[in-house]
Design a binder for this molecule. Structure first.
Ligand SMILES: NC(=O)c1ccc[n+]([C@@H]2O[C@H](COP(=O)([O-])OP(=O)(O)OC[C@H]3O[C@@H](n4cnc5c(N)ncnc54)[C@H](OP(=O)(O)O)[C@@H]3O)[C@@H](O)[C@H]2O)c1
Length: 339
């Protein structure tokens, strides 16, 4: 085991699009665990769009990261030393841990995960927060019926591709919006989405959507906000449902993102629009995880990952989310498990 640890701190709060200057890479000695603690080696680290919000000081549903402090997020790792009765070296675990190669933490900060159910990395995607977000947002708020038209923005991302497959399991007609031909091809050919729209390619997004949704839109699962959502909102059917999951198109804006006013559309269509945070469903995570795992093992659900190799490339993997570089869940592979 090396003696030196590596960590990534928030160097400054970004104005607009983050850059390499947002991050500070440092070394430190590895801390030995004390009673009740474990030393965890990072195997996979998740980078997620919501982390952009935590880089700003604005009040939100999660605490901001502090400048000059280690950034933290979802990590899958392996216990390499244990002073806890709950864990042994070799145990695979996950938790909200620091962007470090090694984290010395209280045992309550991690939980064991089972790599006989799915590969370890799946716990950061389809069997983790992004899968649960798709599951509850689509089924609880979107609630699509067989034959209804479901539109998903950010459809080739981690949440989007899970949400689309779940809607298809309900028998809905699924239309995915994504930013490249590689992505729309994947959605059509691999996930069997019924229609796709590449918002970067069409000259008139509203017309392209109208063609893709000849019977209008019954459910709009919104991951991106902005002009893409403006175009979808113009096609809503009566009593349509809009789970608002995210608004990545605005996360790096320095001024308010003003678009068409939605109230007249909502009145006319009697649509239900509801923002949600996956943690609202914490009491039902067990149900969601079991269902997602069952669909996965039955071959009814699949997932895709974009894996960047190397701890030093964590910032690039994060920045890539805002340039559409990922297909499916963006992860970083930091080390190999020992077995
Ligand atoms: N509510 C919750 O509890 C919750 C939980 C998890 C995630 N989320 C939200 O869900 C959304 C998706 O998250 P994810 O983890 O699955 O990320 P993701 O979709 O895997 O990755 C981000 C994708 O967003 C798209 N994008 C980036 N900038 C864009 C822009 N300006 N306009 C339109 N699309 C843009 C890119 O795809 P293209 O190439 O297609 O543009 C990119 O690949 C995010 O908004 C995130 O904040 C919410």
């Amino acid at each position: 085991m090396p003696e030196t640890n590596e960590k990534i701190l928030l160097a400054e709060r970004p104005e607009g699009m983050p850059s390499h200057d947002t991050f500070n890479y440092q070394e430190e000695p590895i801390e030995q665990p004390q009673d009740g603690q474990v030393l965890v080696k990072t195997i996979y680290l998740s980078v997620d769009p919501y982390m952009r919000g935590r880089m700003s000081s604005a009040k939100s549903y999660v605490e901001p990261f502090e400048v000059n402090e280690v950034i933290n997020g979802s990590v899958v790792g392996e216990v390499v030393e244990s002073k806890s009765s709950l864990f042994e070296p070799g145990d695979k675990v996950m938790g909200m841990l620091g962007w470090r190669r090694y984290n010395t933490i209280e045992d309550a900060a991690v939980r064991k995960i089972d790599d006989s159910i799915a590969p370890l990395s799946a716990y950061l995607g389809i069997l983790g927060i992004t899968g649960l977000t798709a599951y509850f947002g689509m089924l609880d708020i979107g609630n699509p019926a067989a034959g209804e038209t479901v539109v998903i923005s950010g459809a080739a991302g981690a949440v989007g591709m899970a949400a689309g497959q779940i809607a298809k399991l309900r028998g809905a007609r699924v239309v995915g919006i994504a930013g490249s031909t590689k992505k729309t091809d994947y959605l059509k050919n691999e996930l069997r989405f019924d229609e796709t729209v590449n918002y970067n390619e069409v000259s008139d997004l509203t017309a392209a959507l109208a063609e893709a949704c000849p019977k209008g839109v019954d459910v709009y699962f919104d991951n991106v906000g902005g002009p893409v959502s403006d175009a979808v909102m113009s096609q809503l059917n009566d009593f349509s449902r809009i789970p608002v999951c995210g608004a990545i198109s605005s996360y790096n804006k320095t001024e308010a993102d003003i678009g068409p006013r939605v109230q007249p559309i909502l009145v006319k269509s009697r649509a239900l629009i509801q923002g949600f945070i996956v943690s609202d469903y914490a009491s039902r995570f067990q149900e969601g995880s079991e269902k997602l795992a069952a669909w996965l093992s039955e071959g009814k659900l699949t997932y895709e990952e974009t894996m960047v190799e190397g701890f030093e490339n964590v910032p690039d993997a994060f920045l890539g989310l805002f340039k559409g570089e990922n297909l499916g869940k963006q992860l970083v592979k930091v080390s190999e498990p020992s077995n």
